[in-house]
Design a binder for this molecule. Sequence first.
Ligand SMILES: Nc1nc2c(ncn2[C@@H]2O[C@H](COP(=O)(O)OP(=O)(O)OP(=O)(O)O)[C@@H](O)[C@H]2O)c(=O)[nH]1
Length: 220
Amino acid sequence: MSKQLKMTYSSDFLFKFLVIGNAGTGKSCLLHQFIEKKFKDDSNHTIGVEFGSKIINVGGKYVKLQIWDTAGQERFRSVTRSYYRGAAGALLVYDITSRETYNALTNWLTDARMLASQNIVIILCGNKKDLDADREVTFLEASRFAQENAELMFLETSALTGENVEEAFVQCARKILNKIESGELDPERMGSGIQYGDAALRQLRSPRRAQAQSAQECGC
Ligand SMILES: Nc1nc2c(ncn2[C@@H]2O[C@H](COP(=O)(O)OP(=O)(O)OP(=O)(O)O)[C@@H](O)[C@H]2O)c(=O)[nH]1
C-alpha cells in the first residue's frame, strides 16, 4: 500500500484528545491550524464542544487523533466536563499575553486529572507566541510551572503563524505511544482513551486467520 493510501485509510491507533483552557486563548484556532494548516481569522467563541480529527505519522506509526475542542467560557463548563472522560491526551492552552489565562492553569489541570484520568498526557501550550511585544507571561516561568506539575510538556505556539502547532499534537501523541510501548499504558483498559486502529486490528486478526487456515489444511 502506498504511503498516501495508508495515510487516508489506515491507522495503528486512535487517541482521544482534548483542547482545554480559558476562553479566547486560541483553542479553536490551534485545532483549525492543525487540521487545515490555515489561520481561522473569523473565530467565534465555541458553544459547548467542537470536533476534529486527523491522522499523523509518529515514528512510523499512524495515529488517528480524535480531538474535542472545548468551550473555555464558564457557562459551558458542565457540558465540556462531560467530554473529558477517557481522554488519552490534552493540549492545555493559555495566552502568553494574558496572565489571567495563565493563572487559571491549575484549575484546568485539576479538572483534567480528575475527570479524564490521572494518567492523561498533557502538553502545556503558551499560545499567541507571535504577540511577543504584548507578553505577560515569560517562557521561563511557564517552563518552571510545567516542570513542577508532574513534568508537563511545554511549548509556545502560534495558531496565527502555525509555529509549533503540529509539534504540540505530535509530541503529545509520541509520549502516549512511548507509554504504550513501555507497558505504562494499556490500550485495552477501559477508558484509556486509546483504541487500536484498523491497521493494527488487521495485524492482530491475520495470525489467527493464518492459524485457522493451516489447521484446515492439515485436517486437525
Ligand atoms: N495573534 C494571535 N491571535 C490568535 C492566535 N490564536 C487565536 N487568536 C485570536 O484569539 C481569539 C480567540 O481565538 P479562539 O480560537 O476562538 O479562542 P478559544 O480558546 O477557542 O475560545 P473559546 O471558544 O471561547 O474557548 C480570536 O480573535 C483569534 O483570532 C494566535 O496564535 N495569535
